[in-house]
Design a protein. Structure first.
Lengths: 275, 384
């Protein structure tokens, strides 16, 4: 089967769902969804084998549109539901799509523990540096000095690096891309889904409506150009330090470590008196 | 040849675990808290050998999320906690109500509010069990009073949860949880096990939230070929979010109708010496045991007393309570709170029957003597 967008649309979008979607024109979420579908298609997994779930926010609506086992959970809790699903049916590929506020503010505790636990889940975090759906309040990744609905005089807190957080918490696979670098994003998402262990892909995305308009980048093109101009391929980076306004993209961590499902299976065998 | 089942010395928390395993529970996610921890410790030990899964999560919010996730994937699931943890579980418990995900939550009550009284018996979470999560939702709440109850009602909790696709709360308390009694675990032929109804139509015909006559749609597990959408948003019969008033109304009415349809099966009570009683005690949980003893002692004095023990607290067993209220002169409702169930009894009372409260909130149990003294006072003050 070819991978033209028409074929992918026919295969993976829900035909019994009333479109249009909820996202604003030009939103990066659609690019992420397209990339995710291409990546899933490349893995060769059947639709029945995929669980796509989300938390709350603009990203939370993604599962509604796609023809997998889909679940739209509570705010910040997607990874907790994912944990239950994966443990109950390890044969399923479980992918949690979250936003920056969703995954690292209200869901921050679940995120670091999921990474530490190394259960075989894929976390896709769309980082638009703002709470979009609720009207542009600052999130844990809103840069210092930017403006938000709750920081009209400039934001005075410091931002998380989601990828660094995942690496430190022990994730087996960590990568970063942007909605400008879609070819890279396709391959990173494919690698993350195929990775056995906790895999996280952070995707910088444009919310020109809630973030851009308050911060001199009021349209998607300007924001995309920003991603283009400030991203540095991780593999090209040697020992030099990164300028403050730059960030790395690509695979940031890929390590082999015991994964939860295999380790628990050993506990089961032991409990049953098997060797 | 039948062998007599071995009699064992079990505490309430352990009997809950054996009841859950007997009912087919194969997933437990939890977070440590006194006086509920023995449940998760024994689950951690027993589930692997049963082919099940235990996981200790980072908090109670996560525990409840994992329980709902595992149930959506087709595995009977539970968690256990006490008041502070139960407060944290309310969010995802509400999700389970809205998305109709079967699961069982044990709350081994201790004194509250807040961190409260670790670890003394109390019954302060009764109305929280009913109304703890936001929005107008149906839920089933059962109360445990003995080791035998802990086994049997845990099986019942799973059965009701599976049959009605609704979370079931099991309210235990510190005294029930830690009291040890001899108990013979029944053989599998000694109890019924109910499994959720799964779809038998082709996937393209499956309507995940179908408004059928029972009000309980068939439930397909994730990965079973019936791909569909599950959300905590108000949804249409296909499971997709809706803002249409007629679909919202139909959804919420069905959620409640499925429980009201099952009242006869869900509202479980036990009558003790009530047939000729003039004075009745309505009690639940550990207090019901003191009440039974008090009633027996009152009978020895010639007081015609009886007991209605509530196994189900919500939906409140109005029919059984009404029968008692109609026939008795006065009803005593002893509780380890300020009267959370006595309000329900009062609401059910359309007779001139007097309703007397007896409340203890100091972390100590209500003794048979205290309940007897109240019955004696009611007997003397009688004839009105």
């Amino acid at each position: 089967m070819s991978t033209s967008m028409t074929d992918l649309r026919d295969r993976y979008l829900r035909h019994n769902k009333k479109f249009p979607h909820v996202w604003c024109p030009g939103c990066g979420n659609g690019i992420v969804m397209g990339s995710l579908l291409r990546a899933i298609h490349r893995t060769g997994l059947e639709k029945d084998e995929i669980v796509l779930l989300s938390g709350i926010g603009c990203s939370g609506r993604m599962p509604t549109y796609v023809d997998f086992n889909t679940l739209h959970t509570t705010h910040g809790r997607a990874l907790t539901f994912a944990t239950g699903i994966k443990l109950a049916r390890p044969e399923l590929s479980v992918i949690a799509v979250m936003g920056d506020g969703d995954a690292t503010a209200i869901g921050g505790n679940h995120f670091i523990h999921a990474a530490r636990r190394n259960l075989d889940l894929t976390a896709v975090i769309i980082n638009n540096q703002i709470y979009g759906m609720t009207g542009g309040q600052y999130s844990p990744t809103t840069p210092s000095g930017s403006r938000a609905a709750t920081a009209t005089g400039g934001h005075i807190e410091h931002a998380f690096s989601i990828a660094d957080l995942a690496v430190t918490a022990g994730a087996a696979f960590v990568a970063r891309a942007t909605v400008y670098h879609t070819a890279l994003l396709d391959s990173l998402l494919e690698k993350a889904i195929n990775k056995v262990g906790f895999a996280m892909v952070e995707i910088l995305s444009n919310c020109h409506v809630q973030f851009g308009r308050r911060n001199q980048t009021p349209d998607p093109v300007t924001m995309m150009e920003g991603f283009r101009d400030h991203a540095v391929r991780a593999e090209t980076l040697k020992d030099e330090t990164l300028a403050d306004d730059k960030f790395t993209i690509g695979v940031l961590t890929d390590r082999e470590m015991p994964n939860y499902i295999e380790e628990y299976e050993k506990i089961r065998r032991k409990a049953k008196g098997e060797r | 040849m039948t062998s007599k089942p071995a009699v064992r010395l079990l505490q309430g928390n352990e009997a809950v675990v054996y009841g859950a395993l007997a009912a087919g529970c194969r997933f437990f996610a939890g977070y440590p808290i006194t006086p509920a921890s023995e449940i998760m410790e024994l689950m951690a030990e027993r589930l692997p050998a049963e082919g099940g899964t235990f996981i200790q999560m980072e908090d109670e919010i996560a525990s409840m999320g994992a329980v709902v996730g595992a149930s959506l994937a087709g595995v009977k699931s539970m968690t256990a906690t006490s008041g502070p943890g139960f407060s944290l579980m309310q969010e995802n418990l509400g999700f389970a109500c809205a998305a109709e995900v079967p699961c069982v939550v044990v709350n081994v009550m201790r004194g509250g509010p807040s961190t409260g009284l670790p670890t003394s018996p109390a019954q302060g979470d009764v109305l929280q069990a009913r109304w703890g999560t936001h929005g107008d939702h149906p839920i089933i709440v059962l109360a445990l009073s003995s080791v035998a109850d802990c086994f049997a009602l845990t099986v019942t909790a799973f059965n009701l949860s599976e049959r009605y696709r609704v979370p079931v709360i099991l309210l235990s308390d510190e005294m029930v949880a830690h009291t040890r009694e001899t108990f013979a675990l029944p053989e599998p032929s000694g109890y019924e096990v109910v499994d959720r109804i799964v779809p038998n139509v082709p996937p393209e015909w499956y309507i995940p939230y179908e408004n059928n006559s029972r009000g309980v749609p068939a439930m397909a597990a994730m990965g079973s070929g019936y791909r569909h959408h599950v959300t905590g948003l108000v949804h249409d019969p296909q499971g997709f979010p809706t803002q249409r008033p007629e679909e919202i109304d139909a959804f919420l009415r069905r959620l409640h109708r499925k429980i009201t349809n099952g009242f006869a099966e869900i509202q479980l009570t036990r009558r003790f010496l009530l047939d000729d009683a003039e004075l009745a005690v309505i009690a639940y949980g550990s207090v019901a045991r003191s009440a039974q003893r008090a009633v027996t002692m009152a009978r020895e004095q010639g007081i015609r007393a009886g007991l209605l023990q509530l196994h189900t607290l919500f939906p409140f067993p109005k029919t059984a309570a009404t029968a008692v209220l109609r026939n008795c002169r006065a009803v005593l409702v002893p509780e380890l709170n300020f009267g959370q169930i006595s309000r329900e009894v009062k609401r059910a009372n359309s007779f001139p029957t007097e309703i007397v409260k007896l409340n203890r909130v100091d972390g100590e149990p209500l003794s048979p003597g205290e309940i007897l003294a109240q019955l004696e006072a009611m007997e003397k003050g009688g004839g009105r």
